[in-house]
Every structure is written in C-alpha cells, then in structure tokens.
Design a protein around this ligand. Structure first.
Ligand code: FAD
Length: 478
C-alpha cells in the first residue's frame, strides 16, 4: 500500500496526525505541498511575507523528512512541491504516484472545506481514498458543547467546558519517527521551486529577523517558556516582550498545538494559565467559524446586519496609512505595515478605532488585516474584528468604546512603543505623547513636532465620534 500526505497548514515533521496515520497505514508514504494558485493569485503583492515564510519552512521540512527517513534506515525522503490549483494538482499527483489513499489534516475555513470535498470527490472517482484528521486544534467542531448539546457562543463557559474536557489523551503527540523508513524518496528531478519560480520575491524576513520553520518555532517557544510566568502581567504592554510571537507558527503549523497546550496545561502557574486561555480562544473561534460560517460575510448576530456604516474612503486611507493623528493607532498601523505583526492590545485598539471612532464597516478593516498580517487566520481575525465592532459572539457591548488616548496612557505609559514606530514624535514630552495635539506652540517648536506639519492633527474628535456610534447602534436597540 502507498499513501500521500498533503501538507497545508501543518508544515512540520513531528507530532503530525495525518503523517502519523499514513505511516501506520502504508508501506510507502509520499509527502506533498501545493502552492495553490487559487490562493496566491488573489494576493495583492508579489512580495508577501507569508509566501516567503511558507517557502523557507518547506525547505526545512524537506530536509527534515530526508534526515528522519535516513535515521530510520530508509532511503531518504522529502516533500514534493507543486504550483497550480490544489484541486487539480493533488488528484493528478495521487494518480501519478499510484497511491491508495490521501491523508490530510482538517481545515475549517469554508473555502477550504469546499476545496477539500472537491478533491475527495475527484480522488473517489479515481478509486483513491481520502481521510482527514483533527490536528490544528485541541477540540474541534462538536467536541465541546453546552449541556444542552449546543455550540457555545460565549467564551467563559466554553473555556470551563474546554478545561473540563482536556486530558492527557487530547494533548498526546502523534509520533512519526518510528516508521519513518516508510517515507518514500522523492521522484527523480523533484526539487523545491524557487520563490521566483512561483512568481514571488523575497519579502524581507531576514531583515525582520523573523524565524521560520520548525526550528524558528522551537526557538521562539523556548524563549517564551522562560518568561511564561510573567505573561499575565506583561501581555498587555506592546513595548514589552510579554507575548510569545508564535502566531505565525501556529498559523502554518511549524509548531504543534498539542505540545504548546500541554506545556501550559501542565505548568499550572498564573502566566501559563493565562496563556492557555489564549490558545482556548483560538479553539473557540475555530468552532464558531465551523458552526456559523455566515460570519465570514455577515455579523454573528443578525440584528447587527442593520448597522449603517459610513462610507468614508479618505478616513479609511488615513487609518490604513497611519495618519489618524492618534499616536497609539498610527504606531500600531506602522508596526503592521513594517513587520506584518501587531500586538493583540493594539489590534483591539485599532479595530475599535476604525469601527467606533471612524464609523467604518469592520469588514474593510478585516480585509486590510487579511492582506497584511503574517498570522492572518480567518477564524481568529473575523472573531477579533466582530468582537471589537460589537457585532460578534461574546463581543464588547456596543456602548463600551475604547478611548484611544486613555488606552495609550494605560498600555504604553511612557510612550516607548509609540516612539519606536513614530520617530517624528521622538522628542515629544511624556505628558503629550498620547495626545500631541494638546501641546501648545512653544512645546511643539521645542520638540520639533509641529502638529499638522510633522505629524497630523487628529482626523476625528473622539467624544463626538463616541456620540455618533452610540446613536448608530442605539437605533437597533430601540
Ligand atoms: P500570544 O499572546 O502569545 O498568544 C498565543 C496564541 O494564542 C496566539 O499565537 C494565537 O494563536 C492565540 N490567540 C491569542 N489571542 C487570541 C485571540 N484573541 N483569538 C484567537 N486566538 C488567539 N490572531 C491570529 O492568529 N490571526 C489573526 O488574523 C488575528 N486577527 C486578529 C484581529 C483582531 C481585530 C484582534 C483583536 C485579534 C486578532 N488575533 C488574531 C488574535 C491575537 O491578537 C493574536 O493571536 C496575537 O496577537 C498573536 O500574537 P502572539 O502569538 O504573540 O500571542
């Protein structure tokens, strides 16, 4: 028997459900990845950090599979990489290789579900089986339900039920080393295409010192594990190294969710428990997307589809290009543009600012994040945006409106983060850093930041915007 493992968002050669099962099932196991033109063609730039991340991670995976096969007495192995529509490429490759079955780890996004069912159908027509497995979350689909057997839409009781259901079995790794000699050598002439070969250019990961692949994920996790005890205190301050920075690795599966969750679950300290809570949010939003795929295009709560947003392309551009005049918002948007990452507290602040201060449809912000976040994940991004815009499950109530100045004072007290990304405000005194438009003319000249010249005046008055938002949502409640 032979099998094909189709890698997607699981770019690792350890603790891998589909690979584990394939190696038990078949005497000969091929591995493949497709740079799917259905996804790549829709990207707005040919310099995309995620494509470079995947490319670098595949090179490491290729070498790791080879080394693992040889260490187990095999003839060497690797990953076959194709460029085309996955829907066509996988059935074609399965036929070429003559495999009996294709193994994949489940993807919960609506488009991926459609793609996977088409692939399974075409394989079935050719007499080839296809099996999928849970791998990217601890609990999926219907595994954690309310006592009435319904999906949860509120996080806190979901977390309690999740913690009650969690046990050693759910955290257990899927080892792959034992049967690694069954990994098949790559067909002659198969080589990883270059980035240029798939129509992309390097996007500067080396300059960002962004670690890729399994080794990068391991390095970040080891670094974080040494400071996980301080996570609960430090996580809300973007100027501090308080969070794990593992999101892109969780997105592409260069780390194992089971390994990370097990570490935090067994630790038991306050920091580890707080961090485990974030991993549970990740499962939570995945099951929301699975049960409620309408959230992709519409509000989780249908009554909020009635919110009338403003059509304000000029304000949207100012937000996207970091020209709002609110330093914490602009610094965050520059972090996103320059690095592809944004700290969670800042994601909440800028999402609230777009939807509640500018009155702009959250979907536009969500699309902007989708284009620029390295860790872009439909379930978490949609959940985060609907939370901030008050349209989602378990969202901020609409009348709780972040004040960008007090958020800034609270979470970047000395303005260290702001100054890192807005050098034009470097010399603004601490007292004015969160609201530089309140500086008088003398102070502006003294610190060489003239408002309206060197840095924009605020594009909106927060107090007035707040009133407009209360009215906008209040209509629905009437
Ligand atoms: P850590 O604090 O170290 O958290 C560890 C992991 O937990 C993260 O890597 C992530 O996988 C998960 N996690 C943390 N917070 C959340 C959350 N609120 N929801 C779901 N999972 C979470 N996260 C994404 O992975 N992709 C996105 O596209 C995304 N878009 C967001 C948009 C908005 C408007 C908001 C408010 C949040 C969004 N998040 C998203 C969640 C969160 O901001 C990021 O996961 C986090 O900032 C990543 O940094 P980290 O890995 O250092 O996080």
């Amino acid at each position: 028997t032979s099998a094909l493992v189709w890698f997607r968002r699981d770019l690792r050669s350890f603790d891998h459900a589909a690979l584990h099962r394939a190696l038990h099932f078949a005497g000969r196991v091929h591995c493949a990845f497709v740079f799917d033109t259905a996804i790549l063609d829709a990207l707005s730039s040919r310099r995309d950090r995620r494509v470079e991340f995947i490319h670098a991670s595949l090179a490491e995976l290729d070498a790791a599979l080879d080394a693992m096969s040889r260490a187990a007495g095999g003839q060497g192995a690797g990953i076959i990489v194709r460029h085309g529509r996955a829907e066509d490429e996988i059935p074609r490759l399965a036929l070429e290789l003559g495999v009996d079955k294709v193994f994949v780890n489940r993807d919960y996004e609506p488009d991926a579900i459609v793609r996977d069912s088409r692939v399974a159908q075409r394989l079935a027509e050719a007499g080839i089986g296809c099996e999928d497995f849970k791998d990217q979350v601890i609990f999926e689909r219907d595994e954690v339900l309310t006592q009435a057997g319904k999906p949860f839409s509120v996080f806190t009781p979901y977390r309690s039920a999740w913690l009650k259901a969690a046990d050693d079995f759910q955290m257990k790794p899927y080892p792959v080393e034992r049967h690694a000699q069954r990994l098949a050598p790559k067909p002659a002439g198969e080589a990883l295409p270059s980035l240029a070969g798939i129509g992309f250019e390097p996007a500067g990961l080396a300059e960002l010192r962004m670690p890729t692949g399994m080794s990068g994920g391991r390095r970040l996790f080891e670094d974080f594990a040494a400071r996980i005890g301080r996570y609960a205190q430090a996580r809300d301050f973007p100027a501090l190294k308080g969070v794990s920075y593992l999101s892109v690795h969780l997105r592409f599966g260069t780390v194992s969710i089971r390994q990370l969750a097990a570490h935090a679950w067994r630790d038991g300290g306050d920091g580890a428990q707080a961090w485990l809570g974030e991993l549970i949010w990740r499962d939570f939003y995945h099951q929301i997307l699975w049960h409620h795929p309408h959230v992709v295009a519409r509000a989780f709560r249908p009554e909020y589809d009635g919110v009338v947003w403003d059509d304000a392309p000029g304000l949207f551009a100012a937000w996207a290009e970091a020209r709002t005049g609110y330093p914490i918002v602009d610094a965050a948007m520059r972090q996103l543009a320059q690095t592809g990452y944004m700290h969670n507290r800042l994601r909440m602040i800028v999402a609230s600012f777009l939807s509640k201060d500018l009155g702009i449809d959250w979907r536009l912000g969500e699309r902007h994040f989708a284009a620029h976040l390295n860790d872009y994940d439909l379930a978490a991004n949609n959940g985060g945006w609907q939370w901030a815009a008050s349209t989602g499950c378990d969202a901020q109530p609409y009348f709780r409106i972040f004040n960008p100045v007090t958020q800034s004072q609270k979470f970047d007290p000395g303005g260290r983060f702001i100054r890192r990304y807005l050098p034009e405000l470097a010399r603004v005194p601490d007292t004015f850093i969160h609201a530089p438009w309140t500086m008088g003319g003398i102070d502006q000249s003294a610190c060489r930041t003239r408002i309206g010249v060197d840095y924009p005046a605020p594009i909106v008055d927060h107090a007035a915007a707040r009133e407009r938002t209360l009215k906008r949502f209040g209509v629905l409640k009437a």
